[in-house]
Each structure stands twice: as structure tokens, then as C-alpha cells.
Design a protein around this ligand. Structure first.
Ligand SMILES: [Zn+2]
Ligand SMILES: [Zn+2]
Length: 259
């Protein structure tokens, strides 16, 4: 039996009526991770080492700030993150500065010679190294990585239960498909966790369900647009009243949409 701490939330999420049970799992992981970041994680030196090094993506900085609480922990996390990042950026800059100054003071002849061998130009090398450093920092997020690690476990458990628990398979097949990012995750998971025979069986089930429900949601959006035609003014909304937020989530995954 796969780890129960992952099985229970998976089964609970698949029992909910929703456009994507994996979105429910991810949203829960995200809110737990946000709470944890401003709470217990503050006291753990390993967590602080991680947030100093990786920081957060823009989405998660925004969410941490918008929680409007625990301002002191957030301030402390940002303070030590900045100390570490400024240290790295300053060290890289100071190491290259003497050569960059030399290139700034180069004579016209030296510059012409230098432009012929751009890859050996210290200023260009410094710029590329700094771009790489900043790109890496932009890509890392303590919260995204935590969510991703757990979502991987959930994916493994879903694929396991699909073949081991007939009740779960039935639950799975009664869903309305998945959002596209989580469809992708299940496809990736099937490459990783299933043998050839099971993979083919799973893909047939998954894709037929997915397409049925993509057609369904497209029709709901279409009817939403048709309701703006005065001819349809008095026609019933059906399921289309909230078709926009549901279709956006179907396409893009978890999204904070203002109601
Ligand atoms: Zn989803
Ligand atoms: Zn993030």
C-alpha cells in the first residue's frame, strides 16, 4: 500500500465535484506551504538556509505579502534572503570589476582587437554570468518546489490506486477531466510510473474523459457568449453562469480569480 498520508487526501479530492481534483490538492498544498513559511519554518535553520538561497517566485511573494499577517517573520525572511543575494552579487561584481575597468579604459586599437574576440571580453562574460545567476534565482521558489515535490507523490499514488483499487478507478472515471497543467502532469507520471500495458490502458481512459469534458466546458463558454444576444435574454443559463472562471481554471490550472 502506498503511503497513507498521500492516499487519503487523493481520495478526498477525487470525491469532490470539481473541474480538476489535482487543483484541489495543489491549492491545499499551497496554502499549507504559505502558512508554514511564515510560521514553523522560521524556527528551522534548514528552512532559512533554503529561503535565503532560493527565495520565492513572484506569485508566492505576492501571496505571502497579501496574507497580511506575520509581517515580522516575512521581514526577517526577506532580510536574510537579501543579505545572501547581495553577498553573491557583490562578490561576482568585485571579482570582475578590475578587468571591466581595464576594458573601459582600453585604447581604440585595443577595442577593435577586443571586439574580434567577444567571448574573451570580460565585460560580456560578467554580464552573461550575472544573467545566469539572476535567471536561476528567478526560477527557484521554496514554495513551488515544496508543492511540486508533493504533487509528484500524489501523481504516483493516483496512478497506483487507478490499477490497484477498483473503487478509486470508478471514482477517477466519474471525474470531469483535469486542467491542462495537471493533465500534463498525469501524462508525465504515466511515463514514469506505469508499465507499457497499463500506460496504454490509462491513456485511453484519461484522454476520452478529458476530451468529453473539454467539449462540455467549451459548450458552456459558448452558451455564456450566446446569452449576450438579446434573443437569448430569457433562455436559461444552464451551467454557463460561471463558465469563464471554470474554463480559465480548466485551461490554466489554479488561478486566483476575483469573484
Ligand atoms: Zn488542475
Ligand atoms: Zn513559487
Amino acid at each position: 500500500m502506498k503511503e497513507r498520508i498521500y492516499t487519503i487526501p487523493v481520495t478526498d479530492a477525487f470525491r469532490e465535484d470539481c473541474e480538476c481534483p489535482l487543483c484541489l490538492l495543489e491549492e491545499k498544498l499551497e496554502s499549507d506551504a504559505l502558512e508554514y513559511t511564515l510560521g514553523p519554518s522560521m524556527m528551522e535553520s534548514d528552512s532559512r538556509i533554503e529561503t535565503n538561497r532560493k527565495g520565492f517566485c513572484s506569485r508566492h511573494f505576492t501571496k505571502l505579502y497579501n496574507m497580511q499577517k506575520n509581517r515580522l517573520p516575512l521581514g526577517l525572511i526577506i532580510d536574510t534572503h537579501l543579505v545572501e543575494q547581495i553577498g553573491i552579487i557583490r562578490e561576482m561584481t568585485e571579482k570582475s570589476l578590475p578587468m571591466i575597468k581595464k576594458e573601459a579604459a582600453a585604447t581604440a586599437m585595443e577595442r577593435i582587437a577586443g571586439s574580434l574576440k567577444k567571448d574573451r571580453n570580460e565585460t560580456v562574460q560578467f554580464i552573461n554570468a550575472m544573467i545566469e545567476k539572476l535567471s536561476n534565482l528567478e526560477k527557484t521558489c521554496t514554495i513551488c518546489e515544496k508543492i511540486d515535490w508533493n504533487m509528484e507523490k500524489f501523481t504516483d499514488v493516483i496512478l497506483y490506486l487507478f490499477f490497484k483499487e477498483p473503487d478509486f478507478k470508478e471514482l477517477f472515471m466519474a471525474k470531469k477531466g483535469f486542467c491542462l497543467p495537471h493533465l500534463k502532469r498525469l501524462l508525465e507520471g504515466s511515463l514514469k510510473y506505469l508499465n507499457n500495458r497499463n500506460r496504454s490502458e490509462f491513456i485511453i481512459a484519461l484522454m476520452s474523459m478529458q476530451l468529453t469534458h473539454m467539449d462540455r466546458i467549451r459548450e458552456e463558454v459558448y452558451w455564456f457568449t450566446q446569452k449576450f444576444d438579446y434573443k437569448n435574454k430569457d433562455a436559461p443559463w444552464g451551467n454557463s453562469q460561471d463558465a469563464l472562471p471554470r474554463s480559465i481554471r480548466k485551461i490554466a490550472g489554479p488561478a486566483d480569480l476575483v469573484r
